[in-house]
Design a protein around this ligand. Structure first.
Ligand SMILES: *Cc1c(COP(=O)(O)O)cnc(C)c1O
Length: 231
Protein backbone atom coordinates (compact mmCIF):
# COMPACT_ATOMS: atom_id res chain seq x y z
CA UNK A 1 0.00 0.00 0.00
CA UNK A 2 2.75 2.44 0.96
CA UNK A 3 4.56 1.94 -2.36
CA UNK A 4 1.40 2.39 -4.37
CA UNK A 5 0.59 5.65 -2.62
CA UNK A 6 4.15 6.90 -2.91
CA UNK A 7 4.02 6.14 -6.62
CA UNK A 8 0.78 8.10 -7.03
CA UNK A 9 2.24 11.02 -5.11
CA UNK A 10 5.24 10.95 -7.44
CA UNK A 11 2.98 11.04 -10.47
CA UNK A 12 1.08 13.99 -8.99
CA UNK A 13 4.37 15.75 -8.32
CA UNK A 14 5.50 15.22 -11.91
CA UNK A 15 2.19 16.35 -13.40
CA UNK A 16 2.31 19.49 -11.26
CA UNK A 17 5.92 20.18 -12.19
CA UNK A 18 5.14 19.75 -15.89
CA UNK A 19 2.78 22.72 -15.79
CA UNK A 20 4.49 24.84 -13.14
CA UNK A 21 1.98 24.20 -10.35
CA UNK A 22 2.77 23.73 -6.68
CA UNK A 23 2.11 20.04 -5.87
CA UNK A 24 0.98 21.09 -2.39
CA UNK A 25 -2.13 22.55 -3.99
CA UNK A 26 -3.21 19.11 -5.17
CA UNK A 27 -4.70 16.67 -2.68
CA UNK A 28 -5.61 13.01 -3.05
CA UNK A 29 -9.13 11.94 -2.14
CA UNK A 30 -8.87 8.17 -1.62
CA UNK A 31 -12.14 6.79 -2.97
CA UNK A 32 -13.25 4.00 -0.66
CA UNK A 33 -16.54 2.67 -2.03
CA UNK A 34 -16.68 -1.12 -1.40
CA UNK A 35 -13.35 -0.96 0.47
CA UNK A 36 -13.49 -2.43 3.99
CA UNK A 37 -12.39 -0.36 6.98
CA UNK A 38 -9.25 -2.44 7.55
CA UNK A 39 -7.85 -1.62 4.12
CA UNK A 40 -8.77 2.02 4.49
CA UNK A 41 -6.86 2.03 7.76
CA UNK A 42 -3.78 0.73 5.91
CA UNK A 43 -4.13 3.55 3.40
CA UNK A 44 -4.33 6.09 6.22
CA UNK A 45 -1.21 4.60 7.81
CA UNK A 46 0.45 4.95 4.41
CA UNK A 47 -0.21 8.67 4.20
CA UNK A 48 -3.77 9.11 2.95
CA UNK A 49 -5.42 12.10 4.63
CA UNK A 50 -8.75 12.37 2.80
CA UNK A 51 -11.32 9.61 2.50
CA UNK A 52 -13.96 9.91 -0.24
CA UNK A 53 -17.15 7.97 0.48
CA UNK A 54 -19.97 7.53 -2.04
CA UNK A 55 -22.70 6.02 0.13
CA UNK A 56 -24.05 7.44 3.37
CA UNK A 57 -24.88 4.00 4.78
CA UNK A 58 -21.33 2.69 4.22
CA UNK A 59 -19.86 5.86 5.64
CA UNK A 60 -21.96 5.55 8.78
CA UNK A 61 -20.49 2.10 9.36
CA UNK A 62 -16.88 3.01 8.64
CA UNK A 63 -16.72 6.49 10.16
CA UNK A 64 -16.81 5.41 13.84
CA UNK A 65 -14.15 2.77 13.14
CA UNK A 66 -11.77 5.12 11.38
CA UNK A 67 -12.50 8.53 12.84
CA UNK A 68 -9.38 10.52 13.71
CA UNK A 69 -8.41 14.15 13.74
CA UNK A 70 -5.79 13.48 11.08
CA UNK A 71 -8.28 12.28 8.50
CA UNK A 72 -10.78 14.36 6.60
CA UNK A 73 -13.98 12.81 5.18
CA UNK A 74 -15.41 13.94 1.87
CA UNK A 75 -18.71 12.86 0.33
CA UNK A 76 -18.54 12.20 -3.42
CA UNK A 77 -21.72 10.23 -4.16
CA UNK A 78 -25.22 11.28 -5.05
CA UNK A 79 -26.79 12.76 -1.93
CA UNK A 80 -30.48 12.37 -1.22
CA UNK A 81 -32.09 15.19 0.72
CA UNK A 82 -33.25 12.86 3.47
CA UNK A 83 -29.61 11.85 4.17
CA UNK A 84 -28.37 15.41 4.58
CA UNK A 85 -28.53 15.18 8.37
CA UNK A 86 -26.00 12.33 8.39
CA UNK A 87 -23.82 13.97 5.78
CA UNK A 88 -23.26 17.19 7.73
CA UNK A 89 -22.18 15.22 10.79
CA UNK A 90 -19.45 13.25 9.01
CA UNK A 91 -18.13 15.21 6.05
CA UNK A 92 -15.79 18.18 5.91
CA UNK A 93 -16.56 18.65 2.23
CA UNK A 94 -19.57 17.51 0.19
CA UNK A 95 -18.57 17.44 -3.50
CA UNK A 96 -21.95 16.76 -5.06
CA UNK A 97 -24.42 19.58 -4.39
CA UNK A 98 -26.51 19.97 -7.52
CA UNK A 99 -29.81 21.52 -6.47
CA UNK A 100 -31.11 24.38 -4.38
CA UNK A 101 -33.40 21.95 -2.56
CA UNK A 102 -30.45 19.87 -1.39
CA UNK A 103 -28.52 23.01 -0.44
CA UNK A 104 -31.42 24.29 1.67
CA UNK A 105 -31.59 21.00 3.56
CA UNK A 106 -27.83 20.86 4.11
CA UNK A 107 -27.91 24.43 5.36
CA UNK A 108 -30.70 23.64 7.82
CA UNK A 109 -28.96 20.52 9.12
CA UNK A 110 -25.61 22.29 9.41
CA UNK A 111 -27.25 25.07 11.35
CA UNK A 112 -28.63 22.55 13.86
CA UNK A 113 -25.12 21.41 14.75
CA UNK A 114 -23.59 24.87 14.54
CA UNK A 115 -21.47 24.10 11.52
CA UNK A 116 -20.52 25.93 8.37
CA UNK A 117 -20.70 23.10 5.86
CA UNK A 118 -18.23 23.31 2.99
CA UNK A 119 -19.56 22.17 -0.36
CA UNK A 120 -18.70 21.94 -4.03
CA UNK A 121 -21.18 22.40 -6.84
CA UNK A 122 -21.39 19.42 -9.18
CA UNK A 123 -21.53 20.47 -12.80
CA UNK A 124 -22.51 18.05 -15.57
CA UNK A 125 -19.76 19.34 -17.81
CA UNK A 126 -20.37 16.71 -20.52
CA UNK A 127 -24.14 17.34 -20.56
CA UNK A 128 -24.77 13.60 -20.16
CA UNK A 129 -28.33 12.49 -19.48
CA UNK A 130 -27.14 9.70 -17.19
CA UNK A 131 -25.15 11.98 -14.87
CA UNK A 132 -26.01 14.21 -11.96
CA UNK A 133 -24.91 17.81 -11.84
CA UNK A 134 -26.26 21.10 -13.06
CA UNK A 135 -25.68 22.61 -16.47
CA UNK A 136 -23.07 25.31 -16.92
CA UNK A 137 -25.79 27.82 -17.75
CA UNK A 138 -27.66 27.33 -14.46
CA UNK A 139 -24.52 27.46 -12.34
CA UNK A 140 -24.59 31.22 -11.85
CA UNK A 141 -28.18 31.26 -10.77
CA UNK A 142 -27.65 28.43 -8.28
CA UNK A 143 -24.55 30.09 -6.83
CA UNK A 144 -26.46 33.31 -6.31
CA UNK A 145 -29.24 31.48 -4.49
CA UNK A 146 -26.97 29.30 -2.34
CA UNK A 147 -24.89 32.30 -1.33
CA UNK A 148 -27.87 33.39 0.75
CA UNK A 149 -27.62 30.26 2.91
CA UNK A 150 -25.46 31.22 5.85
CA UNK A 151 -24.44 27.75 7.02
CA UNK A 152 -22.97 26.74 3.67
CA UNK A 153 -19.69 27.79 2.12
CA UNK A 154 -19.02 27.00 -1.53
CA UNK A 155 -15.39 26.04 -2.15
CA UNK A 156 -15.48 25.23 -5.84
CA UNK A 157 -16.69 22.82 -8.50
CA UNK A 158 -16.76 19.06 -8.99
CA UNK A 159 -17.13 17.25 -12.30
CA UNK A 160 -17.36 13.69 -13.57
CA UNK A 161 -16.71 14.03 -17.31
CA UNK A 162 -17.65 11.39 -19.89
CA UNK A 163 -15.45 8.33 -19.61
CA UNK A 164 -12.80 7.54 -22.22
CA UNK A 165 -9.92 5.08 -22.05
CA UNK A 166 -7.66 7.79 -23.42
CA UNK A 167 -7.27 10.67 -20.92
CA UNK A 168 -6.50 13.03 -23.79
CA UNK A 169 -10.14 12.75 -24.79
CA UNK A 170 -11.24 13.71 -21.29
CA UNK A 171 -8.87 16.66 -21.10
CA UNK A 172 -11.13 19.15 -22.94
CA UNK A 173 -13.81 18.65 -20.27
CA UNK A 174 -11.30 19.43 -17.55
CA UNK A 175 -10.24 22.52 -19.48
CA UNK A 176 -13.88 23.60 -19.84
CA UNK A 177 -14.35 23.23 -16.09
CA UNK A 178 -11.47 25.56 -15.41
CA UNK A 179 -12.84 28.09 -17.90
CA UNK A 180 -16.19 27.95 -16.11
CA UNK A 181 -14.45 28.38 -12.76
CA UNK A 182 -12.65 31.46 -14.02
CA UNK A 183 -15.91 32.89 -15.37
CA UNK A 184 -17.48 32.36 -11.95
CA UNK A 185 -14.56 34.14 -10.27
CA UNK A 186 -15.15 37.19 -12.44
CA UNK A 187 -18.88 36.99 -11.75
CA UNK A 188 -18.21 36.93 -7.99
CA UNK A 189 -15.97 39.97 -8.25
CA UNK A 190 -18.62 41.86 -10.15
CA UNK A 191 -21.54 41.02 -7.86
CA UNK A 192 -19.88 40.95 -4.42
CA UNK A 193 -21.43 37.58 -3.52
CA UNK A 194 -20.78 36.11 -0.07
CA UNK A 195 -19.95 32.59 1.13
CA UNK A 196 -18.18 31.54 -2.04
CA UNK A 197 -14.55 31.05 -3.00
CA UNK A 198 -13.76 29.19 -6.15
CA UNK A 199 -10.48 27.63 -5.02
CA UNK A 200 -11.18 23.93 -5.44
CA UNK A 201 -11.64 21.88 -8.60
CA UNK A 202 -12.50 18.25 -7.86
CA UNK A 203 -11.73 16.39 -11.07
CA UNK A 204 -9.65 13.47 -12.29
CA UNK A 205 -9.76 9.82 -11.30
CA UNK A 206 -7.33 6.88 -11.48
CA UNK A 207 -7.19 6.85 -15.28
CA UNK A 208 -6.86 10.55 -15.96
CA UNK A 209 -5.69 12.46 -12.90
CA UNK A 210 -2.54 13.74 -14.55
CA UNK A 211 -4.49 15.43 -17.34
CA UNK A 212 -6.85 16.83 -14.71
CA UNK A 213 -3.94 18.31 -12.74
CA UNK A 214 -2.51 19.88 -15.87
CA UNK A 215 -5.90 21.55 -16.38
CA UNK A 216 -6.15 22.82 -12.79
CA UNK A 217 -7.50 20.07 -10.50
CA UNK A 218 -6.92 20.60 -6.77
CA UNK A 219 -8.67 17.43 -5.56
CA UNK A 220 -8.11 14.20 -7.47
CA UNK A 221 -10.41 11.30 -6.59
CA UNK A 222 -8.51 8.03 -6.82
CA UNK A 223 -10.08 4.65 -6.10
CA UNK A 224 -8.79 1.70 -8.10
CA UNK A 225 -5.37 3.32 -8.44
CA UNK A 226 -4.95 2.89 -4.68
CA UNK A 227 -7.12 -0.05 -3.70
CA UNK A 228 -7.21 -2.09 -6.93
CA UNK A 229 -10.29 -3.20 -8.86
CA UNK A 230 -13.55 -3.00 -6.95
CA UNK A 231 -15.57 -6.18 -6.24
C1 LIG B 1 -15.63 5.64 -7.91
C2 LIG B 1 -15.40 7.08 -8.08
C3 LIG B 1 -14.11 7.61 -8.30
C4 LIG B 1 -12.88 6.77 -8.38
O1 LIG B 1 -12.77 6.10 -9.59
P1 LIG B 1 -11.47 5.24 -9.92
O2 LIG B 1 -11.49 5.09 -11.39
O3 LIG B 1 -11.61 3.96 -9.18
O4 LIG B 1 -10.29 6.01 -9.45
C5 LIG B 1 -13.99 8.99 -8.39
N1 LIG B 1 -15.05 9.81 -8.32
C6 LIG B 1 -16.29 9.34 -8.10
C7 LIG B 1 -17.41 10.30 -8.02
C8 LIG B 1 -16.51 7.98 -7.98
O5 LIG B 1 -17.77 7.53 -7.79
Amino acid sequence: MKEIITEIKNRIFKAAASCGRNPENIRIVAVTKTVPAERIRKAIESGIQIIGESYIQDAREKYPLLFSNDVSWHFIGHLQTNKAKYAVKMFDLIHTVDSYKLAVELDAQAKKINKIQQILIQVNIGKEKSKSGITEETTFDLLRKISGLNNLFIKGLMVIPPFFDDPERTRPYFADTKILRDRIKRFLDSEDIQNIRMDELSMGMSGDFEAAIEEGATLVRIGTGIFGERE
